[in-house]
Design a protein around this ligand. Structure first.
Ligand SMILES: NC(=O)c1ccc[n+]([C@@H]2O[C@H](COP(=O)([O-])OP(=O)(O)OC[C@H]3O[C@@H](n4cnc5c(N)ncnc54)[C@H](O)[C@@H]3O)[C@@H](O)[C@H]2O)c1
Length: 381
């Protein structure tokens, strides 16, 4: 089968730049696709960070510390950009304005003003595909749950809980990095880091908070700095947002929690939906399993838990009984982005990466959450 080659530049060769590149290198894991990404350019301000890419990806022909070199290259179609949050607005605007398609990272601007600039660039360049990364909905259990929401199997929604919990910040001796400094990470703190992961599925199905009451906490206020001395650790560690959602005249509560300090959790993304006809719960903590309860008048209320087959958005060479993991979710997300780039609204399955309007609404939510906590009141959107 002839395949459309999508020529990528990677800007930001840190943790996520490498995850993306390794997914591209494993493209043969996917079956039956008529498109394939190829990384041709890599850029990092710290040129040493590009070494791993140049060593491991034979298709790389441009290595640079200036991202404009990637944007000026006429033979690059699309860019994956994974840089600190303070750089999102400038770089994303420049990428979009250069006519390159963009898969950016969350939070899609360090704050609402930065996100507004990105939205303006998108409006000015309607031919450019712009999406934001969010991989957890591609876990087979999450994908199935999301499909049930799309098919409206839950009846009247009773309530929803969505969250993303880490625990690596429990250790007070963990040195400071840019993700704990307002200048680079933004005032949203953990909401900017984890919140769009939590909101992707709810917003996709129109579960937009109408009002929000937030409780934010800064648990570890200082961390070792570059020289071992204690420096301020400024950003919010944990956030719990009690929201009210209204869909077709029916109101229900939705709790969103984003935690960098959740003892015992390394990378737990979860979604729990309870409805009058069906309830379901998925967590990456127990990623093989999906639990659900189907209910009709007079039925026993009996939860069932089963091992979900290894089936996500795009078919792979893996057997159905083999386990799915984080790097598989990244691969699936990339396939969704490339599918949309290659086929537009005729992509082979319906679940897209985060759309700009969803990222924009997450900024409305997090900005309201900051105000809610500061003022100690419920904010109406
Ligand atoms: N999707 C996910 O699961 C996930 C996970 C972690 C981080 N992220 C997001 O990815 C982005 C990057 O996070 P990370 O963990 O990869 O950070 P990182 O610190 O590991 O990597 C960032 C890279 O950007 C480079 N950089 C900084 N300034 C630059 C410039 N002017 N030009 C080019 N490169 C520059 C740095 O040198 C560094 O190598 C953030 O937006 C973060 O929120 C997403």
């Amino acid at each position: 089968m002839s395949k459309k080659v999508i020529r990528f530049g990677v800007i930001g060769c840190g943790l996520m730049g490498k995850e993306f590149a390794s997914a591209v290198s494993r493209w043969i894991h996917l079956e039956g696709l008529d498109f394939i990404p190829r990384i041709e350019a890599v850029c990092d301000k710290n040129i040493d960070a590009t070494g791993w890419f140049a060593d491991n990806i034979p298709t790389v022909r441009l290595v640079t510390s200036d991202y404009n070199d990637v944007l000026n290259d006429p033979d690059i179609d699309a860019v994956y950009c994974a840089v600190p949050h303070n750089l999102h607005a400038r770089m994303y605007v420049d990428i979009i304005s250069s006519g390159k398609h963009l898969l950016g990272e969350k939070p899609f601007g360090i704050d609402k003003a930065a996100n507004d600039k990105i939205l303006a660039a998108i409006s000015a360049n309607p031919g450019v595909l712009v999406r934001c990364s969010s991989e957890f909905p591609f876990y087979p259990g999450a994908y199935k749950l999301s499909q049930w929401i799309r098919e409206e199997k839950f009846g009247k929604i009773i309530d929803v809980e969505a969250g993303f919990w880490h625990s690596s910040d429990l250790d007070p001796n963990k040195p400071i990095n840019w993700k704990r400094q307002i200048e680079f990470n933004g005032e949203y703190g953990c909401m900017g880091d984890l919140g769009l992961h939590v909101l992707h599925v709810p917003l996709r199905y129109g579960w937009r908070p109408q009002n929000i009451r937030a409780v934010l906490s800064n648990i570890i206020e200082e961390r070792p700095g570059l020289h071992g001395n204690l420096v301020p650790c400024e950003t919010w560690d944990n956030a719990t947002l009690a929201c009210e959602v209204e869909v077709k005249g029916h109101k229900f509560p939705m709790t969103l929690s984003m935690k960098r300090i959740a003892p015992g959790h390394s990378n737990t993304w979860f979604l729990k939906v309870r409805g009058t006809k069906m309830s379901a719960e998925f967590t990456t903590k127990n990623s093989k399993q999906l639990s659900y309860l189907v209910y009709q008048s007079g039925d026993e209320q009996s939860w069932r838990t089963y091992d979900v087959p290894n089936v996500s958005a795009y078919k792979t060479i893996s057997g159905n009984i083999f386990e799915f993991g984080f790097s598989d979710s990244i691969l699936q997300m990339w396939a969704a982005f490339c599918d949309e780039l290659a086929h537009g609204d005729k992509m082979s399955q319906p679940f897209q990466c985060v759309r700009p309007e969803e990222a924009a609404f997450s900024h409305t939510v997090f900005t309201a959450a900051l105000e809610s906590y500061r003022e100690g009141k419920t904010i109406f959107l």
